[in-house]
Design a protein around this ligand. Structure first.
Ligand SMILES: [Ca+2]
Length: 194
């Protein structure tokens, strides 16, 4: 009888330990889930970001874009706003506007009127397939705020129909036939290349 009582106590101890371990793991599981629902954007910014119309769609896209960009060598900027490639070219993790395109840079936007996700480059001689930035067939507007001519192409590898982006010009909408066609891009090393 005494041995039976000892066994009961031993079993209850094991049960109590198991329950304690479960309770302790639940909060961390919830914490991980809350980060996921923000699509990789830090939790303290999520309340601000929900004010932007297209943020839910972008946040969803970020769940796949961030790991894709990391696999291509990009790193998350300290402010959590950009995935930056070793070249310095970067794709935004939030919706941007014309004012977010720095002077001297060439910027492509996923939405008309310089909205939605933005890509930015500054180095003359830059050439890239937009699929490298998970931005294939997405561009609707652009701004060339630099001194060099730039060009975008319908196809990867700088092929197919192309459009010049003259220095210090911008386009709030590329038009219905050119919309969501851009697949590659380059910045030339002079102002009159195209
Ligand atoms: Ca294309």
């Amino acid at each position: 009888m005494k041995e039976f009582a000892v066994n009961i106590v031993r079993h209850l101890t094991v049960l109590f330990a198991a329950c304690t371990a479960f309770v302790l793991t639940v909060p961390s599981a919830y914490a991980e889930e809350s980060i996921d629902t923000n699509g990789g954007v830090s939790a303290d910014r999520s309340s601000d970001l929900t004010k932007v119309g297209s943020i839910d769609a972008i946040a969803d896209e970020n769940k796949t874009l961030i790991p894709q960009m990391e696999a291509r060598g990009a790193i998350l900027s300290p402010d959590g706003e950009w995935m930056t490639m070793p070249s310095g070219a970067a794709v935004s993790l939030t919706a941007k506007s014309f004012a977010d395109c720095p002077s001297g840079w060439v910027c492509l936007f996923a939405q008309a009127s310089w909205g939605g996700r933005m890509l930015k480059w500054s180095d003359p001689g830059t050439a890239a397939d937009l699929s490298s930035f998970s931005f294939n067939d997405q561009m609707s507007s652009w701004a060339n705020r630099g001194p060099y001519a730039a060009k975008w192409f319908y196809n990867a590898g700088f092929a197919g129909t192309s459009r010049c982006m003259q220095p210090y010009t911008s386009n709030s909408y590329v038009g219905s036939s050119d919309n969501d066609e851009a697949s590659s891009f380059r910045i030339y090393t002079d102002a009159a290349a195209c």
